[in-house]
Design a protein around this ligand. Sequence first.
Ligand SMILES: [Zn+2]
Length: 62
Amino acid sequence: MQCPICKKPVDMSRQNRFRPFCSERCQLVDLGTWASGGYEPEGADAEDHEHPDDSKKRRLLH
Ligand SMILES: [Zn+2]
């Protein structure tokens, strides 16, 4: 079994808690890839586009 990130041989025994990755680093790289792929920026709300500060204040007051 090879690590899907760095292609190194992976220890598939229970001692390797990062399976199917070879190390914590490669596991984090894989998670980071998924997170960045499905992430939408907060600026997507067009309603606050012109006066974002005023809109936030109004929402807090009401
Ligand atoms: Zn690896």
